[in-house]
Design a protein around this ligand. Structure first.
Ligand SMILES: [Fe+2]
Length: 234
């Protein structure tokens, strides 16, 4: 993460877990009225409102440990969604990043402020649609945007990994998904975390603490801490 700005854990989840993510996402999609999957795809969002049974996937202990090391503090969950795309959606989405402070800050910071954690239950491959990223070392100069936002970017890295894979990304890095060569739905389970004391708001923040998760919070204190209010810095 500190040398490239991203990290991949191939096939971290088994087939049963992948099937559960897909099934719950499809239930959430139907609860939204099954909108047509066009343009850049459909976001099932806020995911924890539409598919609350996926809450445990936002509190995987090994993932939270990695996030805490990279952020220097326990993480707080600020975004939860799944993007559904298929053979009818955009060939490529705009290159973008999710960095909230001024870009110059990314060159002098001590820890990562916001980290993206994705799960790909059908993988991210040439067939299902690869993920493109730009390599960026931790305090490297912030990269200017590409001349063309919907096209291959010379020097891009194409991430290809099997079902159940995890991808961590520093929010300061550019990335974008591409359409796959095979028909069928591609699911990108997306979460974003900030350090517990980081109160920076982003327009992508969404409701990760809906009332239907009250019982789950009571049985999983680590999840409850993820969605609690910001805490003072240590
Ligand atoms: Fe993104």
């Amino acid at each position: 993460m500190r040398t490239r700005g991203y990290a991949v854990v191939p096939a971290a989840l088994d087939a049963r877990a992948c099937a559960e993510i897909i099934e719950a996402t499809e239930e959430g999609y139907r609860s939204m009225g099954s909108p047509p999957i066009t343009g850049d795809g459909i976001n099932v969002i806020p995911l924890l409102v539409h598919a609350p049974r996926l809450a445990p996937y936002f509190a995987l202990p090994a993932v939270l440990d990695v996030l805490e090391e990279l952020m220097g503090e326990p993480p707080r969950l600020v975004h939860a969604s799944v993007r559904i795309s298929d053979e009818h959606t955009s060939a490529i989405v705009d290159w973008h990043h999710h960095y909230a402070p001024a870009p110059a800050h990314a060159e002098t910071r001590r820890f990562m402020e916001r980290i993206l954690f994705n799960i790909y239950p059908v993988g991210t491959t040439a067939e299902t649609g690869p993920l493109l990223v730009r390599e960026r070392a931790f305090n490297a100069p912030f990269e200017p945007p590409p001349a063309v936002v919907r096209a291959d970017w010379p020097g891009q890295i194409e991430i290809v990994c099997p079902p159940g894979s995890f991808v961590f990304m520093d929010s300061a890095g550019y990335h974008t998904p591409k359409r796959g060569t095979a028909p069928g739905r591609r699911y990108c389970f997306r979460s974003q975390y900030q350090a517990a004391s980081n109160t920076t708001l982003c327009d992508e923040d969404n409701d990760c603490d809906p009332p239907q998760l009250a019982a789950y919070k009571a049985e999983n204190p680590r999840f409850a801490a993820l969605v609690g209010p910001p805490r003072e810095a240590r």
